[in-house]
Design a protein around this ligand. Sequence first.
Ligand code: ATP
Length: 300
Amino acid sequence: MSGGVTVRVPAKVNVQLAVGAARPDGFHDLANVFLAVSLYDEVTVTPSDRFYLTCSGPYADQVPLDTTNLAARAAQALASRHGIDPAVHIHIAKDIPVAGGMAGGSADGAAALLACDALWSVGSSRTELLDICAELGSDVPFSLVGGAALGLGRGEKLTELEVGGTGFHWVFATADGGLSTPAVFREFDRLTPEAPTPEASPLLLEALRTGDAEALAASLVRSNDLQPAALSLRPSLTETLEAGVSAGALAGLVSGSGPTTAFLVADAGAAEKVAAALVASGTCRTARVATGPVVGARVI
Ligand code: ATP
């Protein structure tokens, strides 16, 4: 598109999601280990005579095109901070599953922010961008940063993590219909009345640091505190997890609040094999292969 700015932004998987008890403000303290993976949305902003949003791709019909869209909220937040008229057309080329626990909405928020900052020549510092991201949502700062990071607080207080080796290979099995993140947290509260203080697992951080897939797989067992709640709301995900592991995945877990399931595999060949077996099992809608960590939102 002429005169526009396009930003490519990755999805994420939580290799650990430790959840504490609900706080008085309703949020939960988290110890959240994020890994950005190579499934991408592309967000293009173009000058226009009015503000509007469009979306294309396999999940487009599930994406709201009003001011509740995180991309719209990001553009408007930046515009109002700097007294800019936000007359832009935002187009989202969506390839990240919607409501799948892969932070697709957050990714689009971070991407739109970066794209508008470039289009309007605002020149925000990294800290200013991260502040706006944190106001937009707990997962938005990580979508900007990418790579691997530990998120504390609601998940928005980020420390970047070093990852060794050449990265990890993943398969993501998408499910029909989403799961609402607030509903999964409510189910967590019901199932876990006395949640302990969430802490990152030293073994898991070490597995990331050394790039050791077998060690990471061992650390993924029960690393997602939301998994029992997601399985309680969507029992059929148990069959998807079993299908992936019996096809040779090193480990399987629910991605974030689900219903996407994530499988760590040994290499690219194993990823293709596990993806084919998952599709053949009939326990998921599609299976996508990806690698991670990858960089966060970038102008392309
Ligand atoms: P998370 O992993 O951060 O909990 P998620 O992957 O489960 O998120 P999203 O794909 O971000 O979920 O979508 C959750 C809801 O957010 C959607 O059902 C939709 O109504 C709304 N939403 C707002 N903006 C977007 C967007 N740009 N793309 C997709 N959904 C959006």
